[in-house]
Design a protein around this ligand. Sequence first.
Ligand code: S3P
Length: 446
Amino acid sequence: MTHHHSPRPATARRSEALSGTARVPGDKSISHRSLMFGGLASGQSRITGLLEGEDVLRTGEAMKAMGARIERREGEWIVDGVGNGCLLEAETPLDFGNAGTGARLTMGLVGTYDMKTSFVGDASLSSRPMGRVLAPLREMGTQVLDAAPGDRLPLTLAGPKHAAPISYRVPMASAQVKSAVLIAGLNTPGVTTVIEPIPTRDHTEKMLAGFGAALEVEIDAEGARHIRIQGQTRLSGRDIAVPGDPSSAAFPLVAALIVPGSDIVIENALMNPTRTGLIETLVEMGGSIEILNPRKAGGEDVADLRVRASGLRGVTVPPGRAPSMIDEYPVLAVAAAFAEGETVMDGLEELRVKESDRLAAVARGLAANGVDCTEGEASLVVRGRPGGRGLGGGTVATHLDHRIAMSFLVMGLAAERPVTVDDRTMVATSFPEFFGLMASLGARIE
Ligand code: S3P
């Protein structure tokens, strides 16, 4: 494993009104799946708008190592897939870097193949729990040949001769676990069922259906989603236009709300209802977010967002909304630091197992910058200071977490004193254009 990493700090300073139009890069979840499903399907897939972040490129390398042909040609990604059931054994360990989605979904992908696959990653990924996907995979016949203590990376999987279909009720709100089981079902005879009591992002279901998988979704009387996939069917390559990532749009969006006088437009944001919890919450807080030109693109809802600086008020965020904004809590906490009154966020247990323990990282970062907040086991309460008076002046430990870095740089644009993050390099995992895009809107980050 070679994960030499020299941290590079960055500092954000109070900025003049942000203005202009920005187009956020492709959605990370859809980008991973585009390369994965394109690499698996028979025939060719052409992908436009792919997020060219490090996480996604690692998934592309993994698919190449298992036989797919993937090439970038004039801004498009051309993927020639192997055919469902036809992946080759990788000769060397698959290195997923910082990417939980890439690693976990690929475990599902290879777990039902009669071959060995080794997984490695950086220090952040190697500290994250993999047992949540290994548990259902073990039921399907996957063996975990070696793993670091607590089912962590590095680990090696060996699939069975014939996988067993299962019915699996996902015990936590996790699209990654749901997806890993459904993807494992692709190379399993019969019908694999995932029961999802709390709905999470539905990109795997939608996209697999688009590639021709036999998949059906039913909602029971309790509101749980039953997703059934027929294994060993043909998947066919297709063209995909990846919409802009709402989780990346979140950074310029919150920046424009808190920097006085700002007025910006963010183009081409994915508006899939399993992803729009942050917008809903910020509108409840009094944020001026206008949804312009709503349209369909590649089977998904997308829109442009006009965002104007707004006086925000604290709210209580319903815990049930968490799955639809799970990656946005760090930047919501930053918005809350500028709101009048208290913002209460609860149901945040999943934040503890992201690229870092995001609940702890956010609470410490806020405290280091003068924000009054209380961290609970699975909750965070932030008491804001409208205008950012007295805020800033601290250095934030980012713990190899891109979203912690970007969130606190956004904070520095409106705080009285500058905010420094100890490392900017991880931003490239999900949003390589972040610094250029923010500068084009007038943000002072260096
Ligand atoms: C993702 C699912 C979420 C999210 C991650 C991407 C996906 O993780 O945090 O950034 O693409 O399926 P969980 O499903 O583990 O909550």
